[in-house]
Design a protein around this ligand. Structure first.
Ligand code: NAP
Length: 281
């Protein structure tokens, strides 16, 4: 078997960002600066790092980053009020509430408070419903990244059997509906799935979204399958046993350098999409 194509997320992200740069420039000529508001609650160091990375990525591209940091003691009501103020701020194009918020906060209620027009991270149930019906504007960023990688490398989805391992609201479920909307035949697996190895071995496209290091085994992979590893576990380890799956796949994303870098570029893209809609008003 030939060596598989290694799906380079950095290359895909650079391509997305180069196109965005032109669009940001055009918006600035109309005196509009796209703006992403990030809301961080509490002092979780990983969350602080993720928010900082997203803010820095915005600024590099000329997108304004409005960073809001609320104390750990913030109540659900106070967080919702903050989100509502951002909803009403005509200069804010997108709102990202960093997950997870402290346990005493009703995170779902806070996500649902984000207006659909500014839900650039695709976290509201309204946004998910629109996505499932096939007309959502802003899908969750990691599923959008997976689709962007498939499209960049011109890997067909139509008629293919896609097996998604994981069904979380931010990853497994939305990527399943996105693949379905692109005419793949989709099997979504989860912790209660029986015969997981058998199901994965039937897949033309495997999406790993499990949160368990090296979980997807080489022996499960059909020769020539396309493998997308959304997993990101401590020590930069994906959900796919890369070495073992590499020998079977026709194309595979590495970790790091696969899905991760494209995810942030999707957030930037959705913010610019939203700013362009503001420019048309
Ligand atoms: P999650 O909310 O913990 O969901 C994990 C999913 O895997 C659940 O649906 C769970 O099933 C399923 N699962 C667990 N054990 C399983 C098993 N033995 N067999 C089959 N399915 C099993 O995780 P997530 O937020 O979706 O994240 C998944 C991975 O993606 C993590 O590694 C995370 O770090 C990574 N991630 C990466 C990015 C990125 O930008 N690259 C962004 C977000 C997340 P149940 O529903 O039955 O519990």
């Amino acid at each position: 078997m030939n060596q598989p194509l290694v799906l380079d997320g950095l290359k895909v992200a650079d391509d997305v960002k180069a196109k965005l740069q032109v669009r940001v420039h055009n918006l600035k000529e109309k005196e509009i600066t796209p703006c992403l508001a990030t809301v961080l609650v509490g002092d979780d160091p990983s969350s602080a790092t993720y928010v900082k990375m997203k803010g820095n990525a915005c600024e590099k591209l000329g997108i304004q980053s409005k960073r809001i940091h609320l104390p750990s003691e913030t109540t659900t009501e106070e967080l919702i009020q903050c989100i509502q103020e951002l909803n009403s701020d005509s200069l804010v194009d997108g709102i990202l509430l960093q997950h997870p918020v402290p346990a005493h906060i009703d995170e779902r209620a806070a996500f649902e408070a984000i207006s659909i027009e500014k839900d650039v991270d695709g976290v509201t149930s309204f946004g998910y419903g629109q996505l499932a019906f096939g007309f959502g504007k802003y899908p969750c960023c990691t599923p959008a990244a997976i689709m962007a990688i498939l499209d960049y490398y011109d890997l067909p989805m139509e008629g293919k059997h896609a097996v998604v391992v994981g069904r979380s609201p931010i990853l497994g479920k939305p990527v399943s509906v996105m693949l379905l909307n692109r005419d793949a035949t989709v099997t979504t697996c989860h912790s209660k799935t029986q015969n997981l190895a058998d199901l994965v071995s039937q897949a033309d496209i495997v999406v790993a979204a499990v949160g368990k290091p090296n979980f997807i085994q080489g022996a499960w992979i059909k020769a020539g399958a396309v493998i997308l590893d959304a997993g990101y576990n401590p020590g930069n380890i994906g959900d796919v046993d890369y070495e073992a799956c590499y020998t079977k796949a026709s194309a595979i994303t590495p970790v790091p350098g696969g899905v991760g870098p494209v995810t942030i570029s999707m957030l930037l893209k959705h913010t610019v999409d939203s700013a362009e809609l503001r420019a048309k008003k």
